[in-house]
Design a protein around this ligand. Structure first.
Ligand code: PGA
Length: 250
């Protein structure tokens, strides 16, 4: 059985001081949860969180993004080698990066390759806009995102990927996908992996849901057979709420 994963994406929120407080508030409330808890804070927090590993033993740390080049003249960018000492995971292809920073499938593919070379597990985001769903091209769109960024990987590499299905119309809007809509897409994604690789690999791969997931809807979403947890934005910034989401995955 796949272990549930609950990942908090703090986005561009919290100063370092606020981040340390939030991390501690979450860490003290985590009991014997069976879900894997990951927190992805801003890059500026990574070294400090790593120095204080002992206070958050049950929480693994991830980055929110990385550069698609190994090093060089890329002002303001942060390379995979720079984050490697501090993280086990890194989000790639988030829709906010795709839309505000013009990230392409090519760039996302390059990031995934660099992360895997550095033994960091990519949390690869995909998902359609409302217009694409209304035009009934959402399956096609998600398939094209996955094929472009992942299908060059061999079997051992694809098994390292965590796929996050995040319909853009659900992110930060309060309009969660229904559990049936999310399950339908997750099952479709798993079928793509089975077709390209094998059903054994498809059974192992974690596919998590993101988009207005909160303490009230988490349990129903996580009860779906192909939903292996969540990528949580807004609700991961409130310790009590985030803890309830973690408990919903147990
Ligand atoms: P949200 O964000 O939970 O605030 O909708 C999810 C995400 O963007 O990862």
């Amino acid at each position: 059985m796949r272990q549930k994963i609950i990942a908090g994406n703090w986005k561009m929120n919290t100063t370092l001081e606020e981040g340390i407080q939030l991390l501690q508030a979450i860490a003290v409330q985590i009991k014997d949860n069976t879900a894997q808890v990951i927190i992805c804070p801003p890059h500026t927090h990574l070294a400090s969180f790593n120095d204080n590993k002992d206070v958050h033993k049950q929480i693994l740390i991830g980055a929110q993004n990385c550069a698609d080049e190994a090093c060089g003249a890329y002002t303001g960018d942060i390379s995979v080698a720079m984050i490697q000492p501090f993280v086990k995971f890194c989000i790639v292809g988030h829709s906010e990066r795709r839309s505000y920073h013009g990230e392409t499938n090519e760039s996302i593919k390059a990031k995934i390759d660099l992360l895997l070379q550095h033994q960091i597990q990519p949390i690869f985001c995909c998902g359609e806009s409302l217009e694409e769903r209304n035009n009934e091209v959402h399956f096609e769109l998600v398939e094209s995102q996955i094929a472009a960024a992942l299908f060059h990987l061999d079997e051992s590499s694809i098994a390292q990927i965590i796929i996050a299905y995040e319909p853009i119309w659900a992110i930060g809007t309060g309009h969660t996908a229904s559990s049936a809509q999310a399950q339908e897409m997750h099952a479709f994604i798993r079928s793509l992996i089975a077709k390209k690789y094998s059903s054994a690999i498809a059974d192992r791969i974690s596919i998590i849901y993101g988009g207005s997931c909160n303490a009230s809807n988490a349990m129903e979403l996580f009860a779906q057979s192909d939903i292996d947890g969540g990528l949580i934005g807004g609700a991961s910034l409130k310790a009590e709420e985030f803890i309830k989401i973690i408990q919903a995955a147990n």
